[in-house]
Design a protein around this ligand. Structure first.
Ligand code: BG6
Length: 438
C-alpha cells in the first residue's frame, strides 16, 4: 500500500467511452497492484438513473475493487441545489476519511459542459474545499482565442496548481523513456543537436477511422485532435533541454521548446492535409472539408536545432496503427547514415539502424537494426491512464500540460487553421494508405 492521502475521485462522464475503456480499468489496475491510496472512493456523477452495476458491466476487465468503491451520484448539472447536495456528500466523506482527504474531479465531457461545471464548482465553494484538484481532458479550446478564454475562466475558480491538464501521450511508458534515453546514454546525449541530426519526424498513424464520433470530429479534425496536443508535446520533449537532475523542470523546458517553434510562413508548402474516402458519408456532410490526415513541417529558432525540419504527421484510416519518433542522423558519405526510431506504440522499444558488412568476400554493406523491445524484457506495460491517476494523486505535475504550454501550441497552429478557412477543397485519400503516399 502507498502513503497517498485518502482520495475521493469524482468522475464526470463516467458512462462515456473513455471512462469505460480506459479510466475505470486503470483505477481497477492501480488498486489491484496496491499502488492506489489505501482509502480510495470513486463517485460517478450522472444525469441519468444509473447504478454502479450498470456501468461496471460494460467494463471488459475485472472490477473487484470498483464493485465496492464506486458510488453513483445522480444530479442535474445545471442545478444549484444539486451542487449543494454534492458538496454535502463530499464534506461528509471528508469527515469520515480524515482532514487530509483530497478530492479529484475528473472531467471527461464535452467542453461546453465542462465550462459550466467549472463555474458551478467554483460558485458553490467546492473548488475551494481544501485539497481539491481538477483533471481535464482535452480539447483545451478550439483555437488560440477560445483557449485563452478557457484558461481565464478556469483561473477564476481554480489555481494553476489545482489543475491537471491531461495529455495521455506524455504518460505513455515510451514517452517517459524518451527523457531517460536522452539523459542516460552519452552517445545520444552528445549527438542530440543540429550538428548530427538531419531531421525529426513524429508520426501517429491510426488504422481506425472516426468510429462514430461524427459530431466531435466535424468540429475537430486531425490538426486539433492530435497535432495540437499529443504530437506537439512529443516534439517538445525531443527538442527540450532536459535538465539533468530536477525532472520537475520538464514542463518549463517543454514550454521553452514550444516557444521556439515557428509557424510556417508558406503554409501550403509546409502543411499537407487530406480526408479519407467515405468520411463525408460517415459524417453525413457531403461538403465537409475536415482533415483526417495532416502533416506539418516546422522549424525551431533554437540555435541547437537551426535548420532541422521537424515533421508531425497523423491520420486516421491509414494502413497501420503506430506512433513513432524517427531521428535521422546526417549523412556525410553515401554509405553512412543512421536512423533512430523510438517506437512509442505498439511494440514499444528502440531501434537504431546501423550499417554492417554483409558476410562474404566482398565489401558489401547493409543496414541492420540494433534494437530492443520492451516485451522481450518486461511483462505488460502500464497503461497511460494509470500513471495519470497516480501522478495527480501524488500532486506531480510533470506529465501534465501547463496552461502556457497549451496556449503556445495554439499559437503555432492558429495561422494554419485561419489559412484553411479560406480554402474550398481538400484532397481525398483511399483508406489504408501509407502516410508517405498522401
Ligand atoms: C485521442 C484522440 O486523444 O487519442 C483520438 O482524440 C485518438 O482521436 C486517440 O484516436 C489515440 O490515442 P491512443 O492512446 O490510442 O494512441
Amino acid at each position: 500500500m502507498t502513503s497517498l492521502p485518502p482520495t475521493v475521485l469524482v468522475i464526470i462522464g463516467i458512462t462515456g467511452d473513455l471512462s469505460i475503456r480506459k479510466l475505470l480499468p486503470a483505477i481497477e489496475q492501480i488498486a489491484s497492484l496496491g499502488a492506489a491510496p489505501e482509502q480510495l472512493h470513486v463517485i460517478g456523477l450522472t444525469r441519468r438513473n444509473v447504478s454502479p452495476n450498470d456501468v461496471l458491466q460494460k467494463v471488459s476487465t475485472q472490477t473487484t475493487f470498483l464493485q465496492q468503491a464506486l458510488e453513483m451520484f445522480q444530479m442535474d448539472f445545471s442545478s444549484s441545489d444539486d451542487f449543494l447536495l454534492l458538496k454535502q456528500r463530499l464534506t461528509q466523506l471528508k469527515n469520515e476519511l480524515g482532514s487530509s482527504t483530497q478530492v479529484l474531479f475528473y472531467l471527461s465531457i464535452p467542453p461546453q459542459i465542462s465550462h459550466s461545471i467549472i463555474t458551478l464548482l467554483g460558485d458553490h465553494g467546492i473548488a475551494q474545499l481544501p485539497n481539491t484538484k481538477l483533471l481535464l481532458e482535452k480539447p483545451f479550446g478550439v483555437d488560440l482565442e477560445s483557449a485563452e478564454e478557457l484558461v481565464e475562466h478556469i483561473k477564476n475558480h481554480f489555481t494553476e496548481d489545482q489543475v491537471y491538464r491531461i495529455d495521455h501521450y506524455l504518460a505513455k511508458e515510451m514517452t517517459q523513456n524518451l527523457v531517460v534515453f536522452r539523459q542516460g546514454n552519452s552517445l545520444i546525449k552528445q549527438t542530440w543537436n543540429k550538428d548530427f541530426i538531419e531531421s525529426i519526424e513524429v508520426l501517429a498513424s491510426e488504422s481506425l477511422g472516426i468510429e462514430g464520433r461524427a459530431e466531435f470530429y466535424e468540429q475537430t479534425g486531425a490538426l486539433r485532435d492530435l497535432i495540437q496536443s499529443h504530437l506537439l508535446e512529443l516534439a517538445a520533449l525531443v527538442l527540450a533541454d532536459i535538465p539533468s537532475s530536477d525532472l520537475s523542470d520538464i514542463p518549463a523546458q517543454r514550454l521553452a521548446a514550444l516557444q521556439q517553434l515557428k509557424t510556417p510562413q508558406d503554409i501550403d508548402a509546409a502543411v499537407v492535409r487530406a480526408q479519407y474516402e467515405g468520411y463525408r458519408d460517415e459524417v453525413s456532410n457531403p461538403v465537409s472539408l475536415v482533415e483526417t490526415f495532416v502533416s506539418v513541417r516546422l522549424f525551431s529558432s533554437d540555435p541547437r536545432w537551426e535548420g532541422v525540419p521537424i515533421t508531425l504527421t497523423t491520420g486516421k484510416s491509414l494502413a497501420t496503427k503506430t506512433t513513432e519518433i524517427r531521428i535521422k542522423y546526417k549523412q556525410k558519405h553515401a554509405d553512412e547514415a543512421n536512423t533512430l526510431i523510438l517506437h512509442i506504440q505498439p511494440d514499444e522499444g528502440v531501434e537504431f539502424d546501423i550499417w554492417a558488412k554483409r558476410p562474404g568476400y566482398e565489401r558489401e554493406l547493409q543496414k541492420l537494426p540494433l534494437s530492443f523491445q520492451y516485451q522481450t524484457h518486461f511483462d505488460e506495460l502500464p497503461e497511460a491512464y494509470e500513471k495519470v491517476f497516480l501522478d495527480a494523486m501524488k500532486s506531480d505535475h510533470t506529465l501534465f500540460t501547463r496552461s502556457d504550454e497549451v496556449l503556445e501550441t495554439w499559437r503555432i497552429l492558429d495561422p494554419i487553421q485561419k489559412h484553411w478557412e479560406m480554402s474550398a477543397d481538400i484532397p481525398i485519400y483511399p483508406k489504408k494508405s501509407l502516410p508517405e503516399n498522401i
